[in-house]
Design a protein around this ligand. Structure first.
Ligand SMILES: [Zn+2]
Length: 498
């Protein structure tokens, strides 16, 4: 899954004015502090716009509110990993582990007045309540992982707060500085305090600025798939210190689910790569897939596989199982295939060009071909058209609970296998569907649509999304016992169903 490969996150935002003066704000720098210039190459390599940096003596502030200690930058610049140009390794420390991000204690010291403390309480709750992400923050009284404190005069007048990135995967950034006389002590509404605290807490768990591009950052890291690089509503936009809290944006939520998913019940099985895989099916506890030209049996427990027979199945349009056999429509012909030997026989003389889906039910094959639904005798190939409906663009055809289900013209339908009469299930639009299967363990349909994985009721069409964006490039999907199996981005995954 992509989430395993991404290294840096893109989100967040905020703070501060764009007009920075590039001056040393603290006259009290010690003699041992190196000048800002010496850190420019490191900051550049991290992707930051080095015009938006300020020297704070022992630390450097980037993009208005992100703090790097010079000590940290020194150690980074000496790190072989950092110097390897390996983007994936570059920011690996910016992510927290599941354990670290699911139990973060945030506290304030006596320098923080009650109005800011109340805002902190709200900000902590907003992260914890973010649906679909495992992020859990608790407001504690006197100790914890992140201290919120006054800046004691450190921050410039136009900087409302500062924080930084996790120093390692087990440790959130440990301190948020609040400029209590921000903007010359002007009144700050509660919602503005909350906004800025949510933003700074986001940095502490690894989020960068969503609007990094507008801020002049180069992309020195991977961008989360499916997350836009402009999102006006993102709480992680930079230079937004005057914004009011109105909630996370849709993509804030999705990116949190991707990086820190609450639901992450999927596992890659085996190292094999499966590019160019055609629809997949299952039989007797194994998955069967046609990949390039050959038919393979895949062991779902470890992803090991063996080729089944020597047949050439290039261009297989549909595959399903019935009575212990595999059935394939390939090159417009219908075949029955022995799942152990791969020997095959053509069924009937009919040609099935433009087959869009196939499933089995009640001892019959059902095929949508040339926009028509047919019931086919699996021994003779004799067929009958069911109903007068046309089904152009059928996707994800499967059977469950005695009915045929398919997505056609972006809508989900349930079809009577005897008459061809049908009902639309729910009002959802399923544009961009790339996989669908049924799982009899919990009698639910599963759809991958726009890189997201959904559990769908076969009676009402009501749906629940499981996990975050993770399924770009899905091209095959089947169910075996209590799991589904997905080939995504050429890898074979076992995926949970609840
Ligand atoms: Zn920021």
């Amino acid at each position: 899954m992509r989430v395993l490969f991404y290294v840096a996150i893109l989100t967040l935002a905020f703070s501060c004015s764009k007009e920075k003066e590039f001056k040393d704000l603290k006259g009290a720098n010690t003699m041992t502090d190196k000048s800002l210039d010496q850190y420019i190459p490191v900051l550049k390599k991290l992707g930051f716009n080095t015009k938006l940096v300020e020297d704070y003596g022992t630390s450097i502030l980037v993009e208005g509110d992100i703090s790097f200690s010079k000590h940290y930058l020194d150690s980074l610049s000496k790190s072989p990993v950092f110097n390897s140009q390996n983007k994936q390794a570059l920011w690996s420390s910016a992510y927290l582990t599941w354990a670290a991000v699911s139990n973060i204690n945030v506290y304030s010291n006596s320098s923080i007045p009650s109005d800011w403390d109340l805002a902190l309480q709200d900000a902590v709750a907003h992260w914890t309540n973010l649906t679909g992400a495992v992020i859990t923050m608790n407001k504690t009284s006197s100790s914890g992982n992140i201290l919120v404190t006054s800046d004691f005069g450190l921050l410039a007048n136009n900087v409302i707060a500062s924080a930084g990135f996790p120093p390692n995967p087990s440790t959130p950034y440990a301190q948020i500085n609040i400029n209590l006389d921000f903007n010359s002590g002007a009144y700050i509404p509660h919602a503005q305090k909350v906004y800025n605290l949510v933003h700074e807490l986001g940095h502490c768990i690894g989020y960068r600025h969503t609007n990094y591009a507008a801020l002049g950052e180069s992309s020195g890291w991977e961008i989360l798939h499916g997350i836009p690089t402009t999102d006006a509503g993102s709480v992680m936009n930079g230079s937004t210190a005057n914004n009011q809290w109105v909630g996370f944006s849709y993509f804030d939520g999705l990116s949190a689910e991707l990086v820190y998913p609450q639901w992450a019940d999927f596992t890659q099985k085996g190292p094999a790569v499966w590019p160019n895989t055609y629809p997949m099916t299952s039989l007797n506890g194994f998955a069967y897939a046609v990949q390039y030209t050959k038919l393979y049996r895949i062991n779902p427990s470890d992803g090991t596989y063996s080729q089944v027979g020597a047949g050439n199945w290039t261009g297989t349009e549909a595959i399903c199982t019935l009575n212990g056999y595999l059935y394939l429509v390939e090159n417009s012909r219908l075949y029955r295939v022995d799942a152990n030997t791969g020997s095959y026989v053509q069924i009937g003389g009919a040609v099935w060009p433009g087959t869009e889906g196939m499933c089995t039910l009640n001892g019959y094959l059902y095929i949508v071909e040339n926009s028509r639904l047919y019931r086919v005798d699996s021994n003779t190939g004799i067929y009958v058209q069911l109903g007068g409906a046309v089904w152009p663009g059928t996707k994800g055809m499967c059977a469950l609970n005695g009915s045929i289900h398919l997505v056609q013209n972006n809508r989900l339908y349930k079809i009577d296998p005897n008459t061809g009469s049908y009902v639309q299930l729910g009002g959802a639009v399923w544009a961009g569907i790339s996989g669908m299967c049924a799982n009899v363990t919990n009698n639910m349909l599963f759809i991958v649509q726009n890189d997201l994985y959904y559990k769908v009721s076969p009676t009402t069409g009501a749906y629940t999304r499981l996990g975050g964006i993770a399924w770009a490039g899905t091209n095959s999907m089947t169910s075996i016992a209590g799991y589904n199996y997905i080939i995504e981005n050429s890898r074979f995954y076992r995926v949970g169903i609840n």
